[in-house]
Design a protein around this ligand. Structure first.
Ligand code: ATP
Length: 370
């Protein structure tokens, strides 16, 4: 079944003074998708999010939501809520009141509209019905973020992680179609952040809301996203599933940004044969011109350590860092620095034999601008 496009960004450009911060961005976001805009500080990801949310207007291009152009509509007219890095909770309200705030305002507006249409309306009965509805929604939202029992707590009496959960509950309480999350976990410590990553993903699946997430943390993006959009200087470098981007980076920038990589200059000799570090290797799945210069990408976990007489490459250990489950080795292989992950322990200075399977060898076109 075809996935339904919920948001389309078509040729979006945004300029502040002389600086183009988003440059001709084209992106389709699908219903129920968890999509992450990933890139270093200043690459334009927050500005993109703010344009989707209606907090900034693009200089050119169209923002299409559910098939309609939304460029001119203010944030409150969009089927979208936002969770910011600084959760911006109301300090004078308790947890329950913070989550109920938006719904209560909306219901007060409903009530006065209905009353204008029908002044005979029994305001008390109507108000009670709405109040009950709010209560059900708030209880459900707090349950989803695991804060049942915290309703009466003051905002000053909860932890940073709990405050971020309140902000999330407030954003999902009216079940928006789309939730924008701008580095919402950045202020949390590592352990809490990892828990929240898992919970956010679970929540997104349960609610069926489209999540558009912004982060500069590649691990966070890999853990949660259905698709990642890697940005640099206002330009999209690559978009795809975490696996695809990890395994098939299109250039050095993406390869370096998405995890540790060995990037080695090589030559694509002919179909399924590449040479690097003076050795020929079988490869698979790439088409370049014969004898074209390429960049070879091998992830540190994809090298196999083998006996020296079976090795295609040999390197000497120059550094070894214990990472809990595996060791991260740095090797000197004839002047080329290689990173290799192993479960075994090796001594500094020890020679190590390496092999690599054809399907673990990834080839990229050489970009002269990088
Ligand atoms: P960060 O992770 O640091 O927020 P980002 O990738 O989200 O970075 P943006 O916040 O989108 O990047 O900023 C992109 C560029 O636009 C930056 O150079 C920033 O200084 C500039 N910029 C953002 N907002 C404004 C503004 N209101 N006025 C002028 N320049 C701005």
């Amino acid at each position: 079944m075809d996935k339904k496009v919920i948001i389309e960004l078509s040729h979006i450009t945004k300029q502040f003074d002389d600086e183009i911060v988003v440059n001709d961005l084209n992106l389709k976001i699908y219903e129920n998708e968890f999509i992450t805009l990933l890139g270093p500080s200043g690459c334009g990801k927050t500005t993109t999010l703010r344009m989707i949310g209606g907090f900034e207007k693009p200089n050119a291009g169209e923002i299409i939501i559910n098939g309609k152009i939304f460029n001119e509509l203010p944030p409150y007219a969009r089927p979208i809520n936002t969770v910011f890095q600084r959760y911006a909770l109301f300090p004078h309200l308790n947890v329950y009141e913070n989550v109920a705030f938006g719904l209560k305002n909306r219901n007060d507006t409903y009530l006065s509209n209905f009353y204008q249409i029908d002044p005979t309306l029994d305001k008390k009965v109507f108000k009670d019905v709405l109040k009950k509805k709010i209560d059900e929604s708030v209880v459900e939202a707090l349950k989803l973020v695991k804060l049942t029992g915290f309703e009466q707590r003051k905002i000053t009496q909860i932890s940073g992680g709990q405050a971020q959960r309140v902000a999330l509950a407030r954003a999902i309480v009216n079940r928006p179609q789309i939730l924008l999350l701008d580095e919402p976990l950045a202020a949390l410590d590592l352990k809490l952040r990892q828990n929240m990553q898992y919970e956010l993903k679970e929540m997104q699946k349960k609610l069926g809301i489209t999540f558009i997430f912004v982060t500069h943390d590649q691990e966070e993006a890999m853990t949660m996203s259905d698709r990642i959009v890697v940005m640099k200087d206002g330009l999209v470098q690559q978009m795809g599933t975490p696996k695809h981007i990890y395994n098939e980076p299109v250039n050095r920038y993406v390869a370096n940004f998405i995890g540790e990589s060995n990037i080695i200059p090589g030559v694509y000799l002919k179909k399924d044969l590449v040479e690097f570090m003076g050795v020929k290797f079988d490869c698979t799945g790439y088409t370049f011109a014969n004898n074209e210069v390429v960049d070879v990408v091998i992830r540190p976990e994809d090298f196999d350590v083998v006996k020296l007489d079976e090795a295609k490459l040999i390197g000497k250990v120059t550094n070894s860092i214990f990472k809990g489950v595996h060791n991260e080795l740095t090797l000197d292989a004839n002047g080329v620095e290689l990173f290799v992950n192993t479960y075994e322990n090796y001594e500094i200075g020890e020679p190590i034999g390496l092999k690599v399977d054809p399907y673990e060898i990834h080839l990229m076109k050489v970009n002269k601008d990088e």
